[in-house]
Design a protein. Structure first.
Length: 883
């Protein structure tokens, strides 16, 4: 097996096509090398080696060591040095690089190969002692943290202590001799804390670092990140071992990161930050606040610190040309890392840049306009789930703003919430249903849970490429970073800004689009769905085959869904209409009535209310299809539960507490979701279905008159397992239809269909289709009944299943294609065999999940139906599935 691929000096064994094997970073380093760009020579250990390592009890594969040693000889030749050589030592960077980028989640070691001897050679060689010892102390800090497991804070404490003693403000003020003293303290601390000395042997260092990178694939934050981004644990990571180039070699050296377009807005402008005399981690960690790369950005930021363009014009010009070249080569916005060593530019990474949803739309539309990509490619470029970000509100420009601070506009959108200072508090508060803003000096990958729980994120340190900024943009959570004027005291729970002192629990608002921090809650505006968004949706609509409907029962939801482009209602859950005010009382009277007559009396009160609901829905949908489902949940859901509630309700409807308690007891079921619900209610109490059918038909007559458009209601019977159940209910619906047609003197077209929510229904679909004119797959219940797991209780153990790798995705979120999906496929085929023009749709939560939508396209469903805010997601996902 070939475990190692080399690159350097204008040629590489791999290329961008080898992403799965070499990881994103390794594949792109190879590609840049092949393009003749300046890339420090190195080697990539394949992801296969990592997989082998985990399959074999965390052992390195045979032959790996020899291959690495060979490759390093070659790297040394190109670099004019040798690894472990005391005179001309080759120093290395060791960095992880998985197939999918996982920024900051795994480990990196820089300056590897330094020890008490080689550091002197580096000092001699470079003629810069300060640089040599600065590199050495960086290496010790990183290696001890990443490989030896010693918390980096102990080193920061020592460094802060020494700097204070010496009266230095910046790390760059520390002299070589002062670094020696600090390094001696570092070494002593390592021995003290760990009982072993810092390794001096470069080979031991190297294999320690490679092992640490492999091991970091399974660290807690990497596992969490993979779960959040659906990255399989089985992929493993590659390891890139590369000759070091030094951004900390004095004032003509620098390191930075850049995007070829603005990752926040999508504007076509080079966007990036750098630090003079620094190494890469200084930029990402947000320890020093970086400077703008271009003059234009510097001026816009109002900064008096010079841009790279001014400071190192030669290297800047070369970098600009490379940016253009890479963007054209990859035909996408790139995210780059570079280092300038004594005036010479080196490229350390390129990859497709992460961007906000807004930027993604603008870049896709612009690139289509520039002829760089086609419209279909533009549609494919947008992650459907990310559209959610655009549906977030922004601050009303006319609202009064009580500004208490400002920072960088790190992730757009506005958010209001109570201040919390730790991720744990954020998680707890969110569980309790409170909206919070996570306020931190800076964030680290350990904060990922808190960042997820928060409505918004505020940090006082770090740039646009800091951890907080990158992660927040990825999640679509508004974020203001680097608000340097804020004084955050997490221990005492205070935030001091512009003289005001805020405490944990106080409400603030973040404007992630301007970087402002505002006191209190501020009026917001709903999102604008035109512009680039509208254009991409137009292109998507032109390509998709499936229709997209919405699950809605309230007029507000139905209107929102229409504005998001819904083409009808795929599921109106009528039970939701029975909870308001008087309705619930009438409903309870119906449930408590001892006879059919009593029930009919109570139902007569509900009829006009249902009718007016349906009229409104039909009017909003103006002739688009509307699927209305008959009552589904078990009746006990409408009854009071606690003793106090029972007493109160008994008073309102005028029955005795005993009678009500008795009925509550009678309706109690051990497994209500498998109990007296769905069409079983209609079989027991046909008068309920009859009332609902009458309300639907009368509303159809009314709405056809008021809108001038014909309404063709689709009446849907839930939880059918037997064809005979549907026969029974359909007969009642048809009878009511005849009555209403007779009374109104107009004809009413309508469809009667069923949900497919039980395995039996799927298997008997050919028989059911003799009666049903449409099927709607209720994949929430179908998942529940196929797996035999409760949709209400499963999340606790499904999480464990995911953590233990038994399932990759929650089947209630993404359709289990192999099992539940197979039933959907069988039912579709059987349904069509009986009734070729049968209408097929899906209305479970999966209807708004892009991966599930793709499956629906494959098996040829006619439409998907999802909650209003997911309608744009489904439209785009349906288009992508059709391309
Ligand atoms: C379903 O079961 O998938 C469905 C849409 O119905 P409900 O979620 O109301 O049970
Ligand atoms: Mg259901």
């Amino acid at each position: 097996t070939k475990w190692v691929y080399t690159f350097g000096d204008g040629q590489a064994e791999g290329s961008a096509a080898d992403r799965n094997l070499l990881g994103g970073k390794g594949a792109n380093l190879a590609e840049m090398c092949n393009l003749g760009l300046p890339v420090p020579p190195g080697l990539t250990i394949t992801t296969d080696a990592c997989v082998w390592y985990y399959d074999n009890g965390r052992k390195m594969p045979d032959g790996l060591e020899a291959a690495v040693t060979d490759a390093l000889v070659n790297v040394g030749k190109i670099a004019g040095r040798a690894f472990g050589d005391p005179e001309k030592p080759l120093l290395l960077s060791v960095r992880s690089g998985a197939r999918a980028s996982m920024p900051g989640m795994m480990d990196t070691v820089l300056n590897l190969g330094l020890n008490d001897e080689t550091v002197l050679a580096v000092a001699r060689d470079s003629g810069d002692e300060r640089f040599a010892f600065d590199s050495y102390r960086r290496f010790i800090q990183m290696y001890a943290d990443v490989v030896m497991g010693l918390d980096h804070e102990v080193f920061e404490e020592i460094l802060e202590d020494e700097k204070a003693r010496l009266g230095h403000e910046l790390d760059t003020d520390v002299s070589a001799d002062e670094w020696r003293v600090i390094i001696a303290r570092y070494m002593a601390t390592i021995e003290e804390e760990l009982g072993i000395p810092f390794p001096q042997d470069p080979h031991q260092q190297l294999w320690g670092a490679i092992g640490a990178v492999f091991a970091s694939w399974m660290n807690a934050r990497a596992i969490t990140y993979r779960q959040l981004h659906d990255i399989p644990a089985s992929w493993g990571t590659a390891v890139n071992v590369q000759a070091m180039v030094f951004g900390n070699l004095g004032d003509q050296s620098a390191t930075g990161v850049a995007f070829t377009r603005n990752p926040s807005t999508g504007a076509k402008e080079l966007y990036g930050e750098f630090l003079v005399n620094a190494q890469g981690e200084d930029v990402v960690a947000g320890i020093r606040t970086p400077q703008s790369i271009t003059e234009a950005a510097r001026i816009e930021a109002g900064s008096d610190r010079p841009s790279l363009e001014k400071l190192m014009p030669g290297a800047f010009a070369e970098f600009l040309a490379i940016c253009d070249r890479l963007e054209n080569h990859y035909r996408d916005m790139q995210d780059l890392e570079f280092t300038i060593q004594a005036g010479k530019l080196w490229m350390l990474q390129t990859r497709s840049g992460k961007r906000t949803a807004k930027a993604a739309l603008k870049i896709a539309v612009d690139m289509a306009g520039e002829g760089l990509i086609s419209r279909e490619e533009a549609v494919m470029r947008i992650d459907p789930a990310s559209l959610d970000q655009l549906l977030h509100p922004t601050i009303d420009p006319h609202a009064a703003r009580d500004i208490i601070g400002s920072g960088l506009p790190a992730s757009p959108g506005a958010a209001t919430g109570e201040i919390v200072f730790t991720s744990e508090e954020a998680v707890e508060a969110a569980k309790a249903g409170r909206k919070v803003i996570l306020v931190r000096v800076e964030t680290s990958p350990e904060d990922i849970h808190g960042m997820h729980a928060a409505e918004g994120i505020l940090t006082s340190r770090g740039g646009m490429t800091s951890h907080a900024a990158v992660v927040a943009r990825g999640m679509g959570t508004p974020c203001v970073s680097g608000a340097g004027g804020l004084r955050i005291d997490a221990r005492n729970g205070t935030l001091v800004s512009l003289g005001a002192t805020l405490k944990a629990g106080d409400v603030i608002t973040l404007d992630g689009s301007t970087g402002q921090v505002l006191k209190g809650a501020v009026a917001m505006l709903q999102p604008e769905l035109s512009g680039d968004f509208g254009l991409i949706m137009e292109w998507a609509d032109a390509t998709r085959r499936m229709k997209v409907r919405t699950n809605a029962e309230t007029p507000a939801d139905a209107r929102a869904a229409r504005s998001f482009g819904a083409e009808g209602i795929g599921l109106c859950r009528t039970e939701h209409m029975f909870f308001d005010g008087d309705r619930i009382t009438a409903m309870r009277e119906m449930i408590l009535a001892g006879s059919e007559g009593g029930r009919r009396t109570a139902l007569a009160k509900l009829l006009p209310m249902q009718r007016s609901d349906f009229i409104e829905l039909f009017e909003i949908m103006k002739g688009l299809p509307v699927t209305i489902r008959l009552l589904d949940p078990p009746l006990h859901e409408f009854l009071p539960k606690t003793e106090e509630e029972i007493a109160e309700v008994a008073g309102v409807i005028g029955v005795s507490v005993e009678k009500l308690s008795q009925r509550v007891d009678e309706l109690h079921e051990f497994n209500p979701m498998l109990g007296h619900r769905g069409c079983r209610l209609a079989v027991s109490y046909p008068e309920i279905a009859e009332m609902q059918a009458r309300a639907i038909f009368e509303a159809a007559v009314e709405a056809a008159k008021s809108t001038g458009a014909p309404v063709v209601p689709e009446i849907m019977v839930p939880l059918v397992g037997l064809r005979e159940e549907l026969d029974f209910v359909k007969a009642r619906i048809d009878a009511v239809a005849r009555e209403v047609i007779g009374e109104a003197g107009v004809d009413i077209a309508y469809l009667v269909g069923t949900m497919i929510e039980l395995p039996r229904a799927a298997i008997r679909a050919h028989a059911i289709a003799e009666v049903a004119e449409f099927f709607s797959f209720g994949t929430n219940d179908l998942t529940q009944t196929t797996f035999g797991i409760s949709r209400d209780d499963a999340s606790s153990f499904l999480m464990t299943y995911q953590q233990k790798g038994i399932i990759e995705q929650d089947p209630f979120v993404t359709l289990d294609i192999d099992g539940v999906g197979e039933l959907v496929r069988i039912a579709s085929d059987k349904g069509r065999a009986t009734r070729p023009d049968i209408k097929l749709g899906i209305c479970g939560e999966h209807g708004g999940d892009p991966a599930s939508v793709r499956f629906c396209e494959q098996i040829g469903l006619d439409y998907v139906s999802c909650s209003p805010f997911r309608v744009p997601i489904a439209r785009l996902a349906a288009a992508q599935a059709a391309i």
